[in-house]
Ligand binder design. Structure first.
Ligand code: XIL
Length: 351
């Protein structure tokens, strides 16, 4: 008899290790850091008024994204006036917490100031406005904001170019111009194209891949793809293997992959089964990311269910995040700690 053999022993080691509980007090930040990943959340300046919250964020997360503070409307309310108070606070607090900052976003069709979108500009005027805005905002945080979502949601769900103020004012090369202006303002920042619905193979995912491939072929300074990953259950998150295939298409182009705004919204009121399905959806995304070395950043669009954008934008949906309305960890939080711990201790290293 050869006993249980090598395969049997390995299986026992895996089972024992997988059952080993994650030690108390080990946070997502530590677990993700051990896997070479940044993990984080969107923040608003209002969150940072409480020292307790700042301490909590510093413990759990190594990256923060300004949820609204760096969008055109809040940061550039009048043509000759910028308001950096909110973004300054977010960046300074992140630095004190040894977190990196994702800047969001330099070109989008939403949350633009009225002075910008209610005027008809010539093409040259629109280009000059874009250049000045990007030079001012990116230049202010040069060396301090590590990633910028330069262009957000430029492709419509059917794969066509989205009809936006910027497309009408400048034409399709506004995308190239925005990346060039951002690179000139901070040559050290990593520049991303960011969009939703990229996790599903289909016309939008293909059109965005074609756009990014074209930019790279033209030598445009773009360094990463941002998967927003806003998911509404019962729509399901693709399996890790399918998601990994999507990520690898970008890794093959030589750029980074980030999950930038993840949340998984449930139909309200949610029950224990829903919370389990939610944990499965997050689990799939994190597992896929851990399987692709270029996927190095995972950001959730908030952390508490009572403080998420979902209920206002999608009435009837909510409970989308890792902590409940009282700030208590939900099943998905426990699951993700387990996924990161298990992956660190027993899974094979990245290929
Ligand atoms: C949302 C914010 O969370 C809300 O507070 C705001 O009212 C609207 O925008 N995709 C994006 C984010 O790129 O900027 C959006 O954030 C959510 C969808």
């Amino acid at each position: 008899m050869r006993g249980i053999g090598v395969v049997g022993s390995l299986a026992i080691v895996l089972v024992v290790a997988a059952c080993e509980p994650v030690p108390d007090g080990v946070t997502l930040r530590t677990l993700a850091g051990d896997r070479g990943r940044h993990i984080g959340t969107a923040v608003e300046p209002s969150h940072l008024a409480s020292a307790q919250t700042v301490e909590f964020l510093a413990a759990e997360f190594s990256v923060v994204t300004a949820e609204n503070a760096l969008k055109w409307g809040p940061v550039h309310p009048e043509r000759d006036r910028y308001d950096f108070d909110a973004a300054d606070l977010i960046v300074a607090t992140a630095e004190a917490s040894d977190q990196i900052v994702r800047g969001h976003t330099l070109v989008w069709h939403r949350q633009n100031p009225a002075w910008l979108v209610s005027t008809v500009w010539t093409r040259d005027e629109a280009i000059a406005l874009l250049e000045t805005h990007i030079a001012t905002v990116v230049g202010r945080y040069r060396g301090r904001v590590a990633h910028w979502d330069v262009v957000n949601e430029a492709i419509a769900d059917d794969g066509s170019m989205r009809d936006t103020f910027w497309l009408r004012a400048i034409g399709p090369d506004y995308v190239t111009l925005a990346f060039e202006f951002a690179h000139a303002a901070d040559p050290g920042a990593l520049l991303y194209y960011n969009d939703y619905l990229l996790e599903r193979a289909g016309p939008k995912a293909d059109a965005v891949h074609a756009l990014v491939s074209g930019l790279l072929a033209d030598g445009v300074p773009i360094h990463g793809i941002g998967y927003q990953m806003h998911v509404l259950v019962p729509e399901l998150m693709p399996e890790p293997a399918a998601l990994r295939r999507e990520f690898v298409r970008y890794a093959d182009l030589g750029i980074r992959v980030a999950i930038t705004e993840m949340d998984v919204a449930l139909i309200l009121p949610s029950d224990a089964d829903d919370l389990g399905r939610q944990a499965d959806a997050y689990d799939n995304a994190i597992m896929a990311c851990l399987g692709v070395a270029e996927c190095d950043t995972i950001v959730f669009w908030g952390w508490r269910d009572d403080d998420s954008w979902i209920e206002a934008e999608f009435p009837g949906f909510g409970d989308a995040l890792l902590f409940d309305r009282a700030g208590r960890p939900k099943p998905v939080y426990t699951r993700l700690r387990g996924v990161l711990w298990w992956n660190l201790h027993v899974a094979a290293p990245d290929p």
